[in-house]
Design a protein around this ligand. Structure first.
Ligand SMILES: C[S@@+](CC[C@H](N)C(=O)[O-])C[C@H]1O[C@@H](n2cnc3c(N)ncnc32)[C@H](O)[C@@H]1O
Length: 256
């Protein structure tokens, strides 16, 4: 097996998709991100984005005219790319659970497709960090994976998490809508809006809507890299087989 094939076998699902040319790496796609950003009234606000990844939402945030934008991602390569793409924006390489930012420095915190992949302890640390850096009355917008329905059978949820972890090589632990709500409320947030949408990361309709002409590059790479194709077909099968119990969720909450 050559190095590329080995890399492809081990890459976390989102970095595999990024290697193929995909830029939108969140379950509800650009549509759910736009819904969330529209709720947040970003104009003239100090905005912190946790885990901006390849910067698609960062660019949308900047179009809303914030006063400042700071992105925090733990991946050095993503940070280097973001610094190149986003010119004057402040991009920090670091953990969302310990941003190094001062208390109450921002009006809005945004985080997409990053809490779902954390343990319960780290989820709590990240939400607590978001609460710490927000000013009172500030807003936190998240876009994550949700288990559905709220009373999903424990065994079904455990099996789903196992299959998901095996296929995306990330120990993903999505929560139900009620559990996401409880997590935010425990850290002093009041929920303002919630939207549940299909988990369409690899659904053809969402792929085209999110990636537009980049779809051709993704398909071309899938044709020439059989190992990547095998993994993506497997990921898509797991998403499809679990579609009754897996959704995307956007939540906007206010810090008291
Ligand atoms: C699935 S990608 C999502 C990227 C982007 N938010 C999007 O929606 O397209 C996950 C991102 O979270 C970042 N990440 C994961 N855990 C993190 C943490 N604890 N602190 C900072 N960044 C983290 C990864 O480096 C990666 O960029």
């Amino acid at each position: 097996m050559n190095k590329r094939a080995r890399d492809i076998d081990h890459l976390q699902g989102h970095w595999l998709l990024a290697k193929l040319g995909k830029k939108v790496l969140r379950p509800g796609g650009v549509a759910l991100s736009q819904w969330m950003l529209n709720q947040l009234n970003l104009k003239n606000k100090d905005v912190v984005e946790l885990a901006p990844g390849l910067g698609v939402t960062a660019k949308s945030i900047l179009l809303h005219g914030p006063r400042t934008y700071t992105g925090i991602d733990e991946d050095e390569n993503a940070v280097a790319q973001l610094r190149q793409q986003l010119g004057g924006a402040r991009i920090v390489c670091g953990s969302a659970a310990a941003t190094g930012l001062d208390d109450a420095v921002c009006d809005v915190v945004v985080g997409e497709a990053m809490l779902s992949m954390q343990s319960e302890t780290i989820k709590n640390s990240i939400v607590s960090e978001a609460a710490r850096i927000l000013r009172p009355g500030g807003h936190y917008g998240i876009h994550e994976l949700a288990l559905v329905p709220n009373d999903v059978d424990d065994k079904v949820a455990e099996e789903l998490k196992k299959n998901l972890a095996r296929s995306i090589r990330v120990n993903a632990r999505p929560l139900t809508e009620m559990e996401w709500a409880a997590l935010l409320e425990q850290h002093g947030f009041v929920l303002e809006s919630i939207k549940v949408a299909p988990m369409g990361l690899l659904h053809p309709r969402q792929l085209i809507a999110d990636e537009k002409l980049r779809v051709f590059k993704i398909v071309f790479n899938l044709i020439r890299w059989p190992n990547a194709r095998k993994r993506v077909v497997n990921m898509r099968r797991v998403f499809r087989d679990n579609s009754k119990n897996l959704s995307a969720i956007g939540i906007v909450a206010r810090k008291l």
